[in-house]
Design a binder for this molecule. Sequence first.
Ligand code: C5P
Length: 394
Amino acid sequence: MDELNGKRILLGITGGIAAYKAAELVRLLKKQGADIRVVMTSSAEEFISPVTLQALSDNPVHTSMWDQTISNGMPHIELSRDCNLILIAPATADFIAKISIGRADDLLSTLCLARDCSLIVAPAMNKQMWENPSTQRNIRSLKEDGIDLIGPDSGEQACGEQGLGRMREPDVIVSELLSWFQPKILQGKNVVITAGPTYEAIDAVRGITNASSGKMGYAVAQAAHDAGANVSLISGKTNLIAPPGVRLISAISAQNMMDAVLNEVDHADIFISVAAVADFSVKNPSKHKIKKTEQKLNIEFNETPDILKTVAKRKNAPFCVGFAAESKDVENYARKKRLEKGIPLIAANLVTEALNSDINSLILIDDDGSKTLPPSSKLSQARMLIDHISSLTQ
Ligand code: C5P
């Protein structure tokens, strides 16, 4: 929970109803360890009091160009120096218009013009204002100037209308910032990831699957994407939403997953096989629902292809990473599995701890030995795994 330790963020609040959400945003950013400086426009002060933001940020809130508490009397320069980022949330249509043409007529807009760090804008406005060609023109200008956007979202608006223009929720803004701050250690690499369970049909309505939730594989996809990779996520049935920017390819059975992987892997630099793939498929699945009879039901099985082994054996194989979920003697079994699959790296975990849980602890095993990661969220484990993969593929 301290992924923003050591990061200083200047939060600019402008005058829209979503300004009240800035209080929660400050709280969540502080929880991640960030040092927050708040600057408000005079219209923002109509919606939320600087005292609230001062209490939550633990720092004085600045509202005026003529602030005499700043030692050199130049708050527009002083406040953004040493900042890693200026974030404007909410950013009104008026403020976006202002910075798109480089106007500087109050403290916040002057700070934006005088900045020497990155700027991210989270728009919040009525849908007609958002859709207006002038706003869209201004947004294009911001993008051309290298300014990043978070949102806006679609949904119910304060004015009662429905549509695009809502500020993204504070927790979503924070997770987008966490992604934004990740070092781009896999920039431009093509990464193929499998995730989730497979499903082998017995008949039209029944099948054999397993308890994999897909959470670890989706977290690895998020971490690889945040590290700058182009990610294809080949996933069995899960209840999860693919991380934005990741290409999702659905695969139901082990054979489906194999076909999808072979389609993708030619251009891959890295293949990470997180899926819990069935080892057997039903020999002759019935097209119709099998009826209950006096007779015993006998099901014959075929062995499924080992996707990871097949990919690792290919000429010009990508860097292959396997997962080993074991119920005991994790490290020993995983070591053997790595050699048996012919892969440079395997991530092992205790199946009883990992299944469906949000917390995990991976053991990374490669030619140099093993390294146990301290228990943390699956996303944090995935980030450490990506870091390790990047160090092995340099
Ligand atoms: O042999 P085992 O199933 O324990 O190996 C686990 C690793 O192999 C995981 O990385 C899993 O995604 C992969 N695997 C595969 N194809 C299979 C079975 C497992 O790619 N048929």
